[in-house]
Design a protein around this ligand. Structure first.
Ligand SMILES: Nc1ncnc2c1ncn2[C@@H]1O[C@H](COP(=O)(O)OP(=O)(O)OP(=O)(O)O)[C@@H](O)[C@H]1O
Ligand SMILES: [Mg+2]
Length: 321
């Protein structure tokens, strides 16, 4: 468990970069920190893993203040992934890189070798490859693997998907999701609200060194005040749902669909209720799903397209009521 109690922080001892930040991340949680550049997200991550100490308040890891924990103790409890994997990678081969953490903790030996072998197989790495010759996505996966091979109960990821293409992003986040399902606590900073919507269960939004929202992912991502204050856009499908929901008569399930599968199910259900053949309903719903998931970044064109499709369906439906 990680607790921030009225934490303030500064890099130069004068200018407060964090102000009175309080939150608790429980074991097994999956939290995303969102907000504009300079909001204090990376600073919060540095405080959580003990790299930075608060100027006021307390940061507690499993009930112990970070000021009272040794670096090695913190390293065992928390794995930290830097935004840039090249800040993390320092060895000549993939195998050495994955053994590095064990060496640093003085835990080399057959058990460590076994864990490294297992992770090489799981990720499909070439053990003898030179890390710096790997592509960006694979280097990011290697940096992530070098942390999770140590099996820390908590991982902190500072923008783990920035600079990755869609497939690489999904690969990294699927590993993270699997870890979380296995009980690992995940705290991540993320600028991509599609990724946040797909993976995080809770969102903490920051602006100007303060927390402006802390709640269930879609409660935060649907809150107009928070979106404005933290300068974020909701995921595309959530935005479509919010736009459609403003229309009087928009079916409740569509107005509250947070994800593409929820939207597809809501539309299919609505069209069936309105007497359309099930196959036609499913085909239309799939078209909407395709339009929505074609892009990971919100695009006005897809919103218009989805709205037009729903508009057609809605017009028919209203005629039948
Ligand atoms: N090493 C540092 N020394 C001095 N000031 C810093 C340092 N790192 C960050 N800051 C300042 O602290 C504030 C918060 O920065 P931080 O990196 O925590 O923001 P962030 O939310 O992670 O932003 P981004 O989305 O750009 O990564 C900013 O005003 C930044 O300029
Ligand atoms: Mg940052």
């Amino acid at each position: 468990m990680i607790e921030f109690k009225n934490v303030s922080a500064s890099y130069d001892g004068e200018l407060a970069v964090l102000r009175d930040v309080s939150f608790t991340v429980g074991d097994g949680d999956f939290v995303a920190f969102v907000g504009t550049n300079g909001a204090g997200k990376s600073t919060t991550m540095r405080l959580a893993n003990g790299l930075l100490k608060p100027t006021a308040g307390e940061v507690l890891v499993d009930g112990v203040p970070t000021t009272a924990l040794k670096t090695s103790e913190l390293a065992r409890r928390i794995g930290f992934l830097f935004q840039n994997p090249d800040r993390q990678i320092c060895c000549n081969t993939v195998r050495e890189e994955l053994l590095f953490g064990f060496k640093a903790l003085g835990e080399e030996g057959p058990a460590a070798e076994e864990r490294v072998d297992a992770i090489i197989e799981r990720f499909g790495f070439d053990a003898d490859a030179e890390p710096y010759l790997l592509n960006r996505g694979t280097r990011q996966l290697l940096a992530l693997a070098s942390i999770i091979v140590l099996a820390p109960p908590t991982i902190i990821l500072d923008e783990p998907t920035t600079g990755l293409d869609f497939r690489e992003c999904v690969k990294v986040m699927d590993v993270v999701r699997e870890l979380n399902e296995g009980g690992t606590t995940v705290i991540t900073v993320c600028h991509d609200m599609e990724v946040v919507g797909d993976f995080a269960r809770r969102v903490i939004a920051m602006t100007g060194g303060r927390v402006v929202a802390d709640g269930a992912t879609f409660d935060v991502l649907r809150d107009g005040r928070v979106l404005k204050e933290a300068h974020i856009l909701p995921p595309q499908v959530t935005e479509v749902s919010m736009i459609l929901g403003r229309d009087e008569g928009c079916p409740e399930a569509i107005a509250q669909a947070d994800t593409v599968p929820q939207m597809v199910a809501a539309i299919a259900q609505e069209l069936q209720l309105e007497g359309r053949a099930a196959a036609e309903a499913a085909a239309l719903a799939n078209d909407v799903a395709a339009a929505l998931s074609a892009e990971t970044v919100a695009s006005a064109a897809a919103v218009v397209e989805a709205k037009a499709m729903l508009g057609d369906a809605g017009a028919d439906g209203e005629g039948g009521r």
